[in-house]
Design a protein around this ligand. Structure first.
Ligand code: SF4
Length: 395
């Protein structure tokens, strides 16, 4: 029996990825964004020692399972895996245990892994893998447009309106197999019509860190909005960065193990990924300052003085990307992380030396655990004040 794949709503990519699956006849749906009920359910059934993103995704899965009319035999939850120096690799097994314990043994959990750069996505279908990649990259680009436009809009709410329309248009084009370059051209035209006041560039803040937390508005208390409300512009590390990184790891591991066919596959994969990124970005390029992602080897090269490549995972990406953003003009860095996150804590430890090396650039380590904390806003206000000063000094 065909199952419907439910994709956790970490970011708006859930809509475009589910559309890519539907384009190939696979029933797929993005789960709704997490909310207070998610948190209640996630907390109720976890031990309290798990990482916060795990609690949130568990809550979302359980919320779905409890919906009237839910069909356990026809459902599968999507939970990609990653190896590395943390607990992410255990998420899907733990979800399995939780679902089994709560009597939902029939519900499947689908877990493509980073070890083969998520080759399982799409199974044997290369076309589906390409479509999911296009979906991911195009959504990253839409988010860049949103973040570089919204802080300068004259009519409040206009950018959000255009962005939401663009997201729907993109998902439709993906599902119907339309030419996405054309879709991006149409979106660019609409973005160009937004009235802006760009007399002064606001301080640019790189929002980096753990992938779920930096992307998930509910979990990070909408940090991007808060930075914008305090007079900043955000550059958010794209989701596709992680896929580029896993492709690179796949290549390095294949080299180490003399798997020549896999080396070739990894090289080709990277070329195809880059090709589609360039094609989809071209129509909007002139609208973005943060328009081209550096090769992942460059990001890893930047982080090398702080962390050895073999450390793996998100910490090296956060440090490398921070340097990339500073080189492109960022005046502050926020490392968003779940409370007790292992890579996030490593970055927090390094951040003191990092600041010294980059002329005291403001660097905020923002950790979240689902509890409200009024002091977070005070710290963010102080950080934004420093970022403005840093920007003015650079000028
Ligand atoms: S990156 Fe952090 S939050 Fe995510 S699984 Fe690893 S330790 Fe947990």
């Amino acid at each position: 029996m065909e199952r419907t794949i439910y994709i956790p709503n970490m970011a708006d990519h859930a809509y475009s990825l589910s559309a890519a699956l539907r384009a190939f006849g696979i029933s797929a749906e993005a789960l709704p964004e997490p909310d207070e009920e998610t948190l209640l359910l996630g907390r109720k059934y976890s031990t309290g020692k798990e990482c916060f993103p795990f609690i949130v995704t568990t809550g979302d899965f359980l919320k779905k399972v409890q919906e009237p009319g839910f069909d356990p035999d026809g459902a599968a939850f999507f939970m990609p895996l990653a190896s590395g120096p943390c607990r992410f690799g255990q998420y899907s097994q733990m979800h399995r245990v939780f679902l089994d314990r709560l009597g939902h043994k029939e519900v499947a959990v689908i877990s493509p892994t980073s070890e083969d750069s998520y080759a399982e996505i799409g199974g044997a279908s290369l076309k589906l893998r390409i479509r999911t990649w296009q979906a991911m990259v195009a959504t990253d680009i839409l988010q860049k447009l949103l973040h570089e436009t919204r802080p300068y809009e004259i009519d409040q709410g206009e950018t959000d309106r255009v962005y939401k329309k663009a997201l729907t248009k993109l998902a439709e084009a993906i599902e119907k197999g339309r030419n996405l370059v054309k879709t991006m051209k149409q979106i660019a035209k609409e973005v160009r019509q937004i009235k802006l006041d760009r007399r002064e560039r606001k301080p640019i803040i790189g929002v980096l860190g753990e992938i779920f937390m930096r992307n998930n508005r509910f979990s990070n208390e909408n940090i991007i909005r808060k930075v914008e409300d305090l007079g900043g512009e955000v550059w958010l590390a794209p989701v596709s960065e992680w896929v580029y990184y896993t492709t690179q790891r796949y290549k390095e591991d294949s080299v180490a193990e003399h798997r020549y066919l896999d080396i070739l596959k990894a090289i080709l994969q990277e070329k195809v990924q880059r090709y589609y990124e360039h094609r989809l970005e071209k129509p909007v390029k002139e609208l973005l300052l943060n328009n081209e992602e550096p090769p992942i080897t460059e990001v890893l090269h930047y982080s090398a003085p702080y962390l050895h490549f073999s450390f793996g995972g998100e910490a090296i990406l956060t440090i490398g990307k921070a340097i990339d953003y500073i080189n492109k003009g960022a005046s502050g860095i926020i490392n968003v992380m779940p409370f007790t996150c292992i890579p996030g804590t490593v970055v927090a430890v390094i951040s003191k030396k990092f600041r010294e090396d980059f002329n005291g650039i403001p660097f905020l380590n923002a950790s979240y655990d689902g509890q409200e904390d009024a002091s977070r806003l005070v710290r963010l206000e102080a950080f934004m004040h420093q970022a403005r000063q840093y920007r003015d000094k650079k000028k």
